[in-house]
Design a binder for this molecule. Structure first.
Ligand code: OOG
Ligand code: NI
Length: 267
């Protein structure tokens, strides 16, 4: 599978549950811009047949190589970023993993039931990223238990292993080269932004500025029959700056990422 085919399949899956993403793309195209994506992100469970190491093997088969590791103590996450070894223009990947053993006993019990439904010998190929949820929906009470402790656990349990955001590269836009301008355009067009810690995360000094929309909502039926509207996925915008050696910074910033995760919080 080529990277082009990979991202096409991800995009198709993503816009099915995130209609705002196609609307954002159309908005920029209507302004004469070409939308080039900087990175996409995935989330997964530790101690599962789909843990970070397993997903890493899949992205390696696509030509990606791990570049950096990140830790989010409060959110109980580990994450790694990946860059393509040959195609410099291929979007980067950011994969995070929930550290199941660090959560409370009641939450671990719910998650171990979910993880137990994933076949141990599940076929690991790139379609793992758009096969959807591979387990039954939790009950609404279980969802609330997860959410009270970890919004990430609640999101991952209901949405599954699939791309949770694409990211417009502001560097590649012709007219909108300032993140404030991008945010103003989005707000004028009716998109709600994630304002956790301010609408702009990061700074030129940190070599990375980011903003994101609030996730769309989808209506799902829980295992007890309860129907509720819950967060799906969002769109991100990133502007990168050159570091001292003159090269554009290609990493991620923990303090920024910590807030971007909250774009899928249920409100
Ligand atoms: C990933 C959040 C981090 C970034 O660019 O720092 C991130 C997520 O929400 O799963 O995307
Ligand atoms: Ni991101």
């Amino acid at each position: 599978m080529t990277t082009h085919e990979f991202f096409n399949s991800l995009w198709k899956d993503y816009i099915q549950i995130t209609p705002q993403a196609e609307a954002v793309r159309q908005l920029f195209m209507g302004k004469g811009e070409e939308v080039i994506n900087d990175h996409v992100a995935f989330r997964t469970f530790s101690e599962s047949p789909l843990n970070l190491d397993k997903l890493q093997a899949v992205v390696e088969s696509l030509g990606y190589k791990a570049s950096e590791q990140y830790r989010f103590e409060q959110k109980k996450l580990l994450a790694k970023s990946y860059r393509h070894t040959e195609d410099e223009d291929a979007p980067k990947l950011f994969i995070s993993e929930l550290q199941v053993h660090e959560l409370s006993q009641p939450v671990q019990k719910i998650l171990r039931n979910v993880i137990g439904q994933i076949p141990a010998d599940i076929e690991l190929d790139p379609s793992i990223f758009w096969r959807g949820r591979l387990w039954e929906m939790p009950s609404f009470a279980e969802y609330e238990t997860l959410r009270n402790e970890s919004e990430y656990a609640a999101w991952l349990t209901t949405i599954g292993i699939r791309v949770n955001h694409f990211t417009v590269s502001i560097n590649k836009l012709k007219r909108y080269d300032d993140i404030e301008q991008v945010n103003a355009l989005l707000k004028q067009s009716g998109f709600a932004l994630n304002s956790v810690g301010g609408e702009v995360k990061g700074s030129p000094d940190l070599l990375l500025e980011q903003s994101s929309t609030l996730a769309d909502k989808i209506t799902l039926t829980f295992s007890d029959g309860k129907v509720a509207s819950i967060p799906s996925c969002f769109y991100e915008f990133a502007k990168r700056y050159p570091s001292a050696d003159g090269r554009i910074f290609q990493g991620f910033i923990e303090g920024n990422a910590d807030k971007i995760f909250e774009s899928t919080n249920a409100r």
